[in-house]
Write a protein that binds this ligand. Structure first.
Ligand SMILES: CC(C)(COP(=O)(O)OP(=O)(O)OC[C@H]1O[C@@H](n2cnc3c(N)ncnc32)[C@H](O)[C@@H]1OP(=O)(O)O)[C@@H](O)C(=O)NCCC(=O)NCCS
Length: 143
C-alpha cells in the first residue's frame, strides 16, 4: 500500500469522490454539492492506494495558524479493520506537523470515536448533529 497527496480535479480526485460518496454519503441518502467540492481545491487531499485501486482517503483543511481539521475519512468497506485508516491518519498527522500545525481536529461520527481514541484523540464538547447524524469534536496535539 502507498500513501500520497493527490490533486484536485484529476482522475484520482474523481476516484476519491466516488469512494467518499460510497462510504460516507450514499448510506445517509446524501451526495456532494458542486459548491462543497469546489472548496476542496485549496485543501490537502490524501489517499491510500494498492496499485491503481484507492483503498482509503481523507482531506485536511486549515482552520487557523495552529489548527488543521481532518475531514472525509473513509476506507473501502471490505478493507476496513486492516490498519489502513490508522496508516492514513499517521500520514496526515506527519504532513500537518511538517506544515507547522500544532493541533489536529475532527468532527467524529459517534460510531468512529473509538477509532480516533485509539490514536490519542479526545472528545472536546457536546454532541451535535451534522449530515443528519450524531458527531463530536475530537482533537489531539501533534507533538
Ligand atoms: C473509521 C474508519 C476510517 C477506520 O479505518 P479502518 O482502516 O477500518 O481502521 P484501522 O483498521 O486502521 O483501525 C485502527 C484501530 O481502530 C479500531 N477501530 C477501527 N474502526 C473503529 C470504530 N469504528 N470504532 C472503534 N474502534 C475502531 C480498530 O479495531 C483498530 O484497533 P487496534 O489497533 O486495537 O487493532 C473506517 O472504518 C471507515 O471508513 N468507516 C466508515 C466511515 C467512517 O465512519 N469514517 C469516519 C467518519 S468521522
Amino acid at each position: 500500500m502507498g500513501l500520497k497527496q493527490i490533486d484536485f480535479g484529476t482522475p484520482e480526485y474523481q476516484q476519491m469522490i466516488e469512494l467518499r460518496r460510497q462510504i460516507l454519503r450514499t448510506p445517509l441518502g446524501l451526495s456532494f454539492t458542486e459548491q462543497e467540492l469546489q472548496q476542496e481545491k485549496d485543501e490537502i487531499l490524501i489517499a491510500a492506494f494498492d496499485d491503481d485501486e484507492m483503498l482509503g482517503c481523507c482531506v485536511l483543511c486549515k482552520l487557523d495558524e495552529s489548527r488543521i481539521r481532518l475531514r472525509q475519512m473513509a476506507v473501502q468497506q471490505d478493507m476496513q479493520l486492516r490498519g489502513i485508516g490508522a496508516s492514513i491518519m499517521s500520514f496526515a498527522e506527519n504532513l500537518a506537523r511538517d506544515k507547522g500545525f500544532r493541533y489536529m481536529i475532527m468532527h467524529s461520527r459517534n460510531t468512529a470515536i473509538g477509532f480516533y481514541e485509539k490514536l490519542g484523540y479526545k472528545v472536546n464538547g457536546d454532541e451535535f448533529i451534522e449530515v443528519g447524524i450524531s458527531h463530536y469534536v475530537m482533537e489531539k496535539e501533534l507533538v
